[in-house]
Design a protein around this ligand. Structure first.
Ligand SMILES: *[C@@H]1O[C@H](CO)[C@@H](O)[C@H](O)[C@H]1NC(C)=O
Ligand SMILES: *[C@@H]1O[C@H](CO)[C@@H](O)[C@H](O)[C@H]1NC(C)=O
Length: 378
């Protein structure tokens, strides 16, 4: 009885079905068409913007940088491998803002400038030290021009080589390399402190401490002293007068740390440079005298006259100690860190050294192991 009644109902349903199907199918087709269009368009525009983005990065589209935009001056150079000569670079780097307050939020950075022959064997330790502070530092590497570095793309050392030239210890070419590092680092307006490091240097404390200690310092950490002996005043040449008098002659470690003002004084110097180049020759070791003497004459009150890079001269001889893997123990590192005393901003301080040298490649495993516990990073 109920069956015949259901049949027309079923027939009615089935007769309506085709109609119900047709409309959504058309809408569906239309929507699909729109979807394909939208996806297609966005894919095309994405690849276009990629293309333009890359071109912009390579500098093919200078019109993207409005000449009137401050961005141009705030941003660090995109490519460290520029084509400027030393003369052009130093001129460019010597352009200095004369208005004291920056009209934008400037986050001051520390420039770590590595002066090396080739590889940086201790770089995994530095990476641990730097991790998480990407906005607060810049890295520059000056190595022999024949050396090509192979850091992974993910490393903060990747692409940080600057155009370099051969430099020899004790010669003016060494000071030229240091000035080249400073000039390149000065191109980034955010760099405020500039540390010169070698491949044997290690950080002794964590990054936040280094950054704070340097940015709050009122002095540049350049070791500079008046040594009356044969390796001090004995290297002075009277023909440097009147620019440099024997009483102004200074000696100090090559491994400096300077603020922006001292960095600019160094690169723009044309008064002392020719004198040192001509009269501080082979047995004079110009890299131990030029910057300490020049800065002591130009800005004595702004120098701490001590270095922030620890080195061990206790073994005697012409060179400081080089440490190997077997030397690196917790007690050794604590010995370096503890018992320091110096003046910092005119006050006694127990933190004097932020870096140390000279550590051979064999020290790396032990340093990586001990760093979290003893040095406070890693
Ligand atoms: C860095 O070291 C200092 C002193 O040891 C410590 O007070 C500070 O918490 C450390 N900072 C970080 C981010 O580890
Ligand atoms: C560093 O030495 C110079 C003399 O060369 C002196 O005028 C200056 O006050 C010294 N700096 C400090 C912090 O003592």
């Amino acid at each position: 009885m109920a069956i015949p009644n259901q049949q027309p109902l079923a027939a009615k349903e089935s007769s309506q079905k085709p109609q119900l199907k047709v409309i959504p199918l058309r809408i569906f087709k239309f929507l699909l068409f729109v979807l394909v269009l939208v996806v297609g368009f966005s894919l095309v525009s994405l690849s276009m913007s990629r293309l333009f983005g890359i071109e912009g990065r390579l500098g093919f589209l200078p019109c993207l940088d409005e000449p009137s935009s401050l961005n141009l001056w705030m941003r660090p150079p995109r490519n460290l491998m520029h084509g400027m000569t030393d003369e052009e670079l130093i001129w460019r780097a010597s352009l200095v803002p004369q208005v004291k307050d920056y009209p934008f939020k400037r986050v001051p950075k520390v420039a770590f400038m590595f002066l090396t022959k080739g590889p940086l064997p201790l770089y995994p330790l530095w990476e641990k030290f730097l991790r998480g502070n990407e906005k607060l530092y810049s890295i520059y590497i000056h190595s022999l021009p024949s050396y090509s570095a192979e850091f992974p793309k993910s490393s903060p050392f990747y692409g940080r080589q600057i155009p370099s030239q051969v430099s020899a210890w004790g010669e003016m070419s060494m000071c030229d390399a240091e000035r080249r590092l400073l000039a390149n680092a000065l191109l980034d307006i955010s760099n405020q402190r500039f540390v010169l490091l070698s491949e044997t240097c290690i950080p002794l404390v964590n990054f936040s401490l280094v950054h704070r200690h340097l940015l709050r310092a009122r002095h540049s950490f350049v070791s500079s002293f008046d040594d009356h002996g044969p390796y001090g005043r004995g290297r002075y040449n009277p023909r440097m007068a009147p620019e440099v008098d024997i009483s102004q002659w200074r000696k100090g470690s090559q491994w400096f740390e300077v603020d922006r003002q001292a960095a600019i004084a160094i690169i723009k110097d044309t008064t002392f440079y020719p004198k040192f180049k001509e009269f501080c020759r082979p047995n004079c070791y110009v890299d131990e005298h030029y910057f300490p003497t020049m800065l002591s004459i130009e800005m004595p009150q702004r120098l701490a006259n001590r270095s922030v890079t620890w080195v061990d001269w206790s073994r005697g001889g012409a060179h400081p100690a080089t440490f190997g893997g077997a030397d690196i123990t917790e007690a050794f590192l604590r010995g370096v860190l503890e018992g320091q005393s110096c003046l910092y901003n005119g006050q006694p301080s127990a933190l004097c050294f932020l870096f140390a040298r000279k550590f051979s490649p064999s020290t790396l495993p032990r340093l990586l192991e001990l760093a979290p516990k003893v040095l406070g990073f890693g």
